[in-house]
Write a protein that binds this ligand. Structure first.
Ligand SMILES: [Zn+2]
Length: 427
């Protein structure tokens, strides 16, 4: 038996509409109703003082690249889990673009086996198409049986709409959502940055907004046709927000996600050719950032995620065109969103931010997580919304350092992460 009482914090549990100063009691890895329910001897009860802090359900990041199997020099499942804990996350969902690709039950079993011993909950996704090639469906039924929480070709995008339709139909049959990296290969071509003023000035191949929006539209039509949930990963353009807003108002099962870099930065940042500003999809113009912020404010964009994409220095330290896309994000995302959405732009309050990291992803993926209900797994995040700190990439838990936010001064961060009743990280 082991027990913990998290005392005197502002408990925000959006799933139960709870927002009050109080205690959260934990015994044997589960939330219990009150101190009176705890049967452990007094000497074995750990007390955590949460005065002045927010006590939230453990945060969930549904979009993380853990790089294993295959690319352990960038990140391992173990280092990625430590990174997540340091960012305040108790559950992370990993993408299938590994080597081998997670398009078969044995690779899923390998990932689950590795994930069993790490400090946070790691949930795998499976590929939509074999080898992420977009030509032949992966065995979606067997992947669901093996325990994937969603199917996605993230890092790639199925271009054949008929194949995608069948994927959505199979996903519906086995009860998992489809997550899509919305990108039309013909329109995007060899684009590496947003098509606009800066791509023209710098002579870099442009990636037009329509390259994303065409596939968002396709996904809306297929979600409607198949009556099944499609989630659009890392949206970046004003047009995508407009399309989603209209479709959601009609009740289409479509949702969208925002990553912190797409609201923290614009394509102006690429003028120094620093490859830590090269991401997929690319940084956009200010009008797009403004539309994303409005989309978050009115609920059109309902999920926040990092797209944590570790790369080694030697891979990023090449010319802009040749560098891989992506940045790490698990250790800065919560702070960036608190800083930008809650403090700076005042688009949402802390309660909604926590909801977007708990209730919304848990609903999308049908997870028993994201709540402090009695009997739920004791996954808890303590955060200080007003703590000011400076990002130091050399202090990251991640095996990689590819972050454009090194040196940024931010307001708000997680200070303790509890998984299954056990503190796995504290500041
Ligand atoms: Zn991704």
């Amino acid at each position: 038996m082991s027990a913990t009482i998290v005392r005197n914090g502002r408990v925000i549990d959006p799933a139960n509409k709870r927002d009050e100063v109080g205690d959260v009691c934990i015994e044997d890895g589960k939330i219990v109703a009150s101190k009176a329910e705890i049967r452990s001897p007094k000497s074995e009860i750990e007390e955590v003082d949460a005065s002045g802090l927010i006590v939230a359900p453990g945060l969930i990041d549904i979009h993380v690249h853990l790089r294993q199997p295959g690319f352990g020099h960038k990140e391992t499942i173990e280092s990625g889990a430590r990174t997540a804990a340091a960012g305040g996350f108790t559950t992370i969902v990993c993408m299938p673009n590994t080597s081998p690709v997670a398009d078969n039950p044995s690779t899923i079993a390998w990932i689950k086996n590795r994930a069993a011993g790490v400090c946070v909950n790691v949930l795998p996704t499976g590929a939509i198409s074999k080898g992420l090639a977009g030509e032949e469906l992966a065995p979606i039924g067997s992947l669901a049986q093996a325990g994937v929480v969603a199917i996605t070709d993230d890092g790639h995008c199925v271009q054949n709409h008929e194949l995608m339709r069948r994927a959505v139909e199979y996903a519906r049959m086995v009860g998992v959502p489809v997550l899509d990296d919305c990108r039309d290969y013909n329109l995007v071509g060899s684009g590496v940055v947003n098509e606009g003023y800066w791509s023209t000035l710098l002579g870099l191949p442009g990636w037009p907004a329509a390259g994303e929006e065409v596939i968002v539209m396709r996904n809306i039509l297929l979600a409607e046709l198949c009556d099944h949930q499609i989630h659009c990963l890392h949206l970046t353009t004003a047009g995508s927000v407009r399309l989603l807003r209209e479709a959601r108002a009609r009740g289409v099962k479509i949702s969208g996600e925002v990553c912190p870099h797409h609201i923290a930065l614009t394509d102006e940042a690429i003028q120094n050719f620093d490859t830590n500003y090269k991401m997929n999809p690319p940084l956009r113009a200010q009008a797009d950032v403004d539309a994303l912020l409005d989309g978050i404010a009115d609920g059109t964009l309902s999920i926040l995620a990092s797209d944590h994409a570790p790369h080694a220095d030697f891979e990023k330290e090449v010319e802009f065109d040749a560098a891989p896309f992506g940045i790490i994000g698990l250790e800065t995302e919560l702070s960036l969103f608190l800083h930008l959405l809650v403090h700076k732009h005042r688009k949402i309050d802390t309660v909604r931010l926590i909801e977007m990291y708990t209730v919304e992803p848990a609903r999308l993926l049908k997870l028993e997580a994201g709540t402090l209900s009695v009997g739920a797994p004791a996954d808890v995040t303590l955060l200080d919304p007003d703590l000011e700190w400076t990002v130091r990439a050399d202090e990251f838990q991640s095996a990689s350092r590819n972050s454009p936010f090194n040196g940024w001064r931010l307001k708000g961060r997680a200070v303790r992460t509890i998984v299954g009743g056990k503190t796995v990280w504290s500041l």
